[in-house]
Design a protein around this ligand. Structure first.
Ligand code: BTN
Length: 245
């Protein structure tokens, strides 16, 4: 039986790295880190995002880290619960500092239609179970100008500069509380996820390979696919199969 330590029991702080997710995988594979370790960086030279995108961040202005989770008896079928867990912890962190946010499926964190945080989860399996969840998190803190249009940050939302080290401690605290209270509670995770889901039960415009259409998000499948009601029929979409318009 593993010795389960708190999240953040060890924090490795790097001034510069290619990607904290890459570095975490390398250390984990060498047996140098375990459950709860966090790799933080001030700057990433090849920060990675979802769908093979890059994660851009001005040096020293934002929070970028990866968290090592070694879940207990966690079937790969439940892998979307890890996205739910991470998104909810970020929402709780933002709520505590006075920001109300939504989760844009699968796991973009949005404030008024603008992205404030992103999540990149990379799992390693052993048989049908997850042995490592490498949870990469980027949260925009003190950056004001972005290359992409729909991005925001804490400084932009709160109109005042943040103490990044305090915010780092606070997000780790929320991940630790979340891990100890709801990480293994599938029903609670799914319920909370839907409560914060962007455009849930709202008719909106989307695009798929067949073109534009109007649909209403009705839920999320066990595997984490987006369920959308289109012309009275429920269709399930994978991450690359649907675009929000
Ligand atoms: C996304 O929204 O596209 C996911 C962005 C994830 C960015 C974080 S920053 C820390 C960690 N290291 C990476 O290379 N990516 C994640």
């Amino acid at each position: 039986m593993k010795n389960y330590k708190n999240i953040g029991h060890r924090i490795i702080h790097l001034p510069v790295i290619d990607s904290t997710n890459n570095y975490l995988t390398m250390l984990f594979n060498k047996g140098d880190i375990n459950h709860g370790c966090v790799i933080m960086a001030d700057k990433q030279t090849r920060g990675r995002g979802q769908r093979d995108s890059n994660w851009e961040s001005e040096d020293g202005k934002n929070i970028m880290f990866s968290l090592c989770i070694e879940p207990q008896n966690f079937p790969v079928l439940k892998q979307f619960d890890i996205s739910c867990f991470t998104s909810i912890c970020i929402i709780n962190f933002l709520n505590e500092i006075g920001i109300s946010a939504k989760i844009k499926w699968p796991n973009d964190i949005m404030v008024h239609d603008q992205k404030i945080a992103g999540i990149l989860i990379e799992n390693q399996l052993t048989g049908k179970n997850i042995k490592l969840a490498n949870i990469g998190i980027g949260i925009n803190i003190n950056q004001i100008n972005f290359n992409i249009l729909n991005a925001t940050s804490l400084i932009k939302e709160l109109k005042s500069k943040r103490d990044i080290s305090k915010d780092k401690s606070l997000i780790i605290e929320h991940l630790n509380i979340g891990y100890n209270t709801f990480f293994y509670n599938h029903n609670e995770l799914r319920k909370e996820y839907l409560e914060h889901l962007y455009q849930y039960k709202i008719t909106a415009k989307y695009k798929s390979k067949n073109g534009f259409f109007l649909g209403e998000i009705t839920g999320i499948s066990d595997w984490g696919k987006l369920r959308v009601k289109v012309d009275g029929q429920i269709i399930e979409f994978d991450n690359k199969e649907i675009e929000y318009i």
